[in-house]
Design a protein around this ligand. Structure first.
Ligand SMILES: *Cc1c(COP(=O)(O)O)cnc(C)c1O
Length: 515
């Protein structure tokens, strides 16, 4: 959008705004008699554990707190502002009604240590959510505990371990196979669970190379981690052969279901031959990501693996809901209590609202939107579409800015930055690693055709500008709250300050080195 300007507040840190003695709350005075009768919690804490000085908290008035955070929000981009085409992240619309539902005091005031008889309602909801997710994925049993996709992967990798340990094969089954197009969390989770990672290459069609897979498997294979559609947005056509190859050598198939958007109501990992799956409710099932709240990464398994799932499991005996804790083969707990229950509740509301036909329609629109963008970008100078250009994509597409870089010196990073100047969020870039100058675009089902056109037009305009005036493009973004950041410095352990205390320490050490 020409004329786009992001707010630029010179907003100090909340600690720097602090004025001692300012308070943001007003509570009614407690009567003397009541005060006397109140317990004195501080006296029950051993003196050695008590703070000697009060905590250093910022002190501001209520309007100042509000001002501070609204200003910060104006210097940011959020999913409610428009297209957020971050590939592999499924940044879809997060209906605010779901936030209202979880604020209902019957949910928000529940205590995790309440007796099962008092929380039958939420247990029923969690149980039904499990049943729905099992149906959607084609799995037999679900645990809702993991708090993120990577957390679900880790729990899944521990289940692969537990399964081979039960068969006395863990000593030899040390390898997990991962395609070179995989999300980085896959090899990381496998390694954290103690496995060695074996990478198999993709072929020229962007699919797992079956011959390479055949020669990678052996008695050492513990399992394969795969996402389908893969990170190129391509459906792995040979999934049944892949499944056979792994199962024939006694390995398990793990499905990375972070981005299930293309599959909803169409195909199920369980039917493709997968034994374990995780889902990202904060992607496919419309709950906020990251700063918008905690996530949820439930895992599902086929029947034979259910004894290994995290404990306890929300269960139903025909008359009441209960927590099944008698699970001796379980990998144990992976989260306190039942997981991020209010996040789970938001996804329950989403699925209930959409219904099976709604979910199926969401999948169809997500695929249609991705392919619409691909078709519109075909032949636009500067961009190319690597791998199987004539094959329909699923939930996302990956384009390459390699021709643009060759012709003009403008890289995928520059294109991403120039999009910010047009009031759009950038796609994922430089991932998957098998595509040079990759721009990975996932439009999701929730944005209108006008919004998609605006994005396509912006990509076209940036390429044209790169040929006419590359310097202009390489200087973007100009109209955002912060211009181009020094990414290396921002992520460097010597400059990074993640807390006020760390920031003060850093500033002190910097001023002494300068002196
Ligand atoms: C997002 C994503 C993950 C990781 O999920 P987190 O919740 O960020 O841990 C794993 N695999 C794929 C394909 C993803 O897109």
């Amino acid at each position: 959008m020409s004329g786009f300007r992001q707010a630029r507040w010179n907003e100090p840190l909340v600690f720097e705004r602090s004025k001692i003695g300012t308070i943001a709350y007003s509570l009614p005075a407690v009567e003397k008699e009541v005060q006397k009768a109140l317990p004195k919690p501080i006296e029950s804490i051993p003196p050695t554990l008590r703070r000697q000085t009060p905590p250093e908290l910022p002190e501001l008035s209520e309007p100042e707190v509000l001002q501070h955070f609204v200003r910060l929000s104006q210097m940011n981009y959020c999913v409610d502002l428009g297209l957020y085409p971050l590939g592999s992240c499924t940044m879809k619309y997060n209906p605010p009604i779901n936030e209202r539902i979880v604020q209902n005091p019957y949910f928000s005031w529940l205590h995790p240590q309440q007796d099962e008889s008092e929380i039958q309602g939420i247990l029923q909801i969690l149980y039904e959510l499990k049943q729905w997710l099992a149906e959607i994925t084609g799995m037999n049993q679900i645990s809702l505990q993991p708090a993120a996709g990577a957390h679900g992967e880790f729990a899944g990798a521990l289940i692969i371990r537990a399964y081979h340990a039960e068969n006395d094969e863990l000593a030899t089954r040390r390898e997990i196979i991962v395609p070179d197009s995989a999300h980085g969390t896959n090899p990381a989770s496998a390694a954290m669970a103690g496995f060695n990672v074996v990478v198999v290459p993709s072929n020229n069609d962007g699919q797992v190379d079956l011959q390479a897979l055949q020669s990678a498997v052996s008695k050492r294979t513990a399992g394969l981690m795969l996402t389908n559609p893969n990170t190129l947005g391509l459906f792995e056509q040979k999934i049944e052969s892949i499944s056979e190859i792994i199962h024939d050598v006694g390995g398990l198939l793990y499905y990375d279901g972070a981005n299930l958007n293309a599959n909803l109501g169409r195909v199920r990992p369980g039917d493709m031959g997968f034994d374990i799956v995780h889902l990202n409710l904060h992607k496919t099932f419309a709950t906020p990501h990251g700063g918008g709240g905690p996530g949820a990464g439930p895992i599902g398994v086929k029947g034979a693996l259910s004894p290994f799932l995290p404990t306890p499991l929300v269960s139903f005996d025909g008359t009441k809901y209960y927590l099944d804790k008698e699970r001796p083969k379980s990998i144990g707990r992976v989260h306190g209590y039942l997981g991020n229950v209010l996040v789970l509740l938001k996804s329950y509301a989403y699925i209930l609202h959409m219904g099976s036909l709604g979910l199926k329609a969401a999948a169809e629109h997500a695929v249609l939107n991705a392919n619409y963008i691909m078709k519109c970008l075909e032949g636009v100078g500067g961009y190319s579409i690597p791998f199987a250009p004539d094959t329909w994509r699923m939930h996302e597409i990956v384009i390459s800015a390699k021709p643009l870089l060759r012709d003009t010196g403008i890289s995928a990073r520059d294109v991403a930055k120039a999009l910010l100047d047009r009031g759009l969020h950038a796609p994922t870039f430089y991932f998957p690693a098998i595509v040079e100058e990759a721009l990975m675009i996932e439009p999701t089902e929730t944005f209108s055709k006008e919004e998609l056109d605006r994005f396509i037009e912006a990509l076209r305009e940036i390429a044209e500008q790169a040929y006419d005036n590359p310097d202009l493009v390489s200087r973007s973004p100009q109209h955002t709250a912060a211009s181009r950041l020094d990414e290396v410095r921002a992520a460097h352990p010597r400059t990074m300050a993640l807390s006020w205390r760390m920031y003060q320490k850093r500033s002190k050490s910097q001023s002494t080195t300068q002196a």
